[in-house]
Design a protein around this ligand. Structure first.
Ligand code: LLP
Length: 418
């Protein structure tokens, strides 16, 4: 089912015209579809119905508490990487027993909080972290459930900034050293080894790298078993790609089928940490054309969404579709769609063929993942509003930031004149 579609010449999100949202809440505004979120999450649940599993949505992709709440209601677990994400999951009604804590730089204070609420597992990313976690758990009188995040050294064939499973990346423990580290962890009194984890990258459009990583991890699982370390779960991370332009990533059910084929009859719970594949195509960014600036070399369409709202094009050369909300007839031209920020890198899309006029609304597609969650206040721009559409209903799930929000916590220095 299409969640964002044209009806009678204008674009809708579920049963709501985007024009109505712009009129009532202004722009730039993120708009999410509850039914899209639900459909994308359930694709995982259904494909794994006959297997012990836990889908831990990667909170970093879109961490609005209403998004987390919709997923929590469907039974999702959560993959977090900070104390802030932990607080969000709790505020959203997520089950602590379904939280896994990833990330290379967990602080003792963050570990304490996670131990206090009895999260499911810590994905430990280094030997040094193992020592700190053991000490923190001992001091709290707790046993920390752990898995080691191993780096399987496979090429995910994705953008270098979002590739994580190569030896040269900062993530995880080299798979060749993992056995030794596991045996060390097994001796630590306040740790309980329950699993193994890897995550090789994001926006993968083929299954092969996942399967390569899986078979390397399974070899490790067997070696661990030979040494008396029996694991309960295998966490294959996130990373399944989506279609932004013309990519053809595997469908969720085919990707899962392939994994299950290789997991075979092993008595391991499968954990996955999908982010993008759940939220990217469940959201759009609505923006207004402020000015048109046709020129000799280039035509610029200056819109009110900028790199502070959506940094993916500037940071990863990401391509996002840009469609008019109400297509008009007329001569199309090529436009660079750019924001108002004082940086040449502030663009949303280049060389887009569009028929547009000042004041038109544009829809930036596939913006639900790593959009708002990566936004900033650069150029003292308040963060965009966020809306969740659910059938005919419009929920404002985050108010647009105002000037007071922008300066919260700041103060003038007090001038002491003696
Ligand atoms: N698990 C771990 C440990 C991760 O580091 C990530 C993403 C995920 C799960 C979720 O991956 P996903 O299913 O969303 O691909 N900002 C970049 C993407 C960075 C991904 C970071 N880690 C972008 O906009 O493309």
């Amino acid at each position: 089912m299409a969640h964002f579609y044209y009806n009678h010449g204008e674009m809708f999100a579920e049963n709501v015209a985007l024009e109505t949202i712009a009129e009532n809440y202004g722009t730039p505004t993120y708009v999410y579809s509850r039914s899209a979120l639900t459909e994308h999450f359930l694709a995982y649940q259904v494909a794994l119905a006959n297997r012990s599993h836990l889908i831990c949505y990667a909170v970093k992709a879109n961490s609005n508490i209403a998004v987390l709440n919709v997923l929590a209601q469907l039974g999702a677990g959560f993959d977090i990487v900070s104390g802030g994400e932990l607080e969000r999951v709790i505020a959203a009604g997520g089950d602590p027993k379904k939280i896994i804590f990833s990330g290379v730089g967990k602080k003792p204070s963050e570990m304490e909080k996670a131990l206090a609420i009895d999260i499911h597992c810590f994905n430990v990313e280094s030997e040094a972290e193992l020592d700190v976690l053991n000490a923190v758990a001992r001091a709290c009188g707790k046993i920390a459930p752990i898995s080691l995040r191993v780096n399987p050294d496979v090429d995910a064939n994705t953008h270098p900034y979002i590739s994580t499973g190569l030896r040269e990346n900062k993530f995880g423990i080299d798979i060749h050293e993992a056995l030794e580290v596991y045996l060390k962890a097994a001796q630590m009194e306040s740790l309980n080894i329950i699993g193994v984890d890897c995550h090789i990258g994001s926006q993968l459009t083929e299954t092969e790298p996942f399967i390569d990583a899986l078979s390397r991890v399974l070899t490790l699982v067997d070696r661990l078993q030979d040494h008396g370390v029996n694991l309960k779960h295998l966490d294959l991370g996130g990373g399944l790609g989506v279609c932004y332009k013309d990519e053809i990533p595997p469908r969720t059910d085919d990707y899962i089928k392939e994994i299950l084929l290789h997991l075979d009859k092993r008595d391991l719970t499968l954990i996955l940490e999908p982010g993008r594949s759940i939220t990217a195509n469940a959201g759009i960014l609505l923006t207004t054309v402020e000015y048109l600036k046709p020129g000799q070399e280039k035509n610029f369409a200056i819109v009110d969404a900028a790199m502070n709202d959506m940094i993916r094009p500037a940071l990863y050369q990401a391509w996002l579709a840009i469609d008019p909300v109400t297509p008009r007839v007329g001569i199309a031209r090529k436009w660079d769609v750019v924001g108002p920020i004082c940086e040449t890198g502030d663009f949303i899309g280049k060389d887009r063929t569009l028929t547009i006029a000042q004041g038109d609304l544009l829809c930036i597609k596939s913006a639900g993942a790593y959009g708002f969650s990566m936004s900033s206040n650069y150029n003292s721009r308040g963060k965009a509003a966020e809306i969740m559409v659910d059938g005919d209903n419009i929920h404002e799930i985050r108010q647009r930031e105002n000037f007071k929000d922008l300066m919260r916590g700041e103060s003038l220095i007090s001038d002491h004149k003696e």
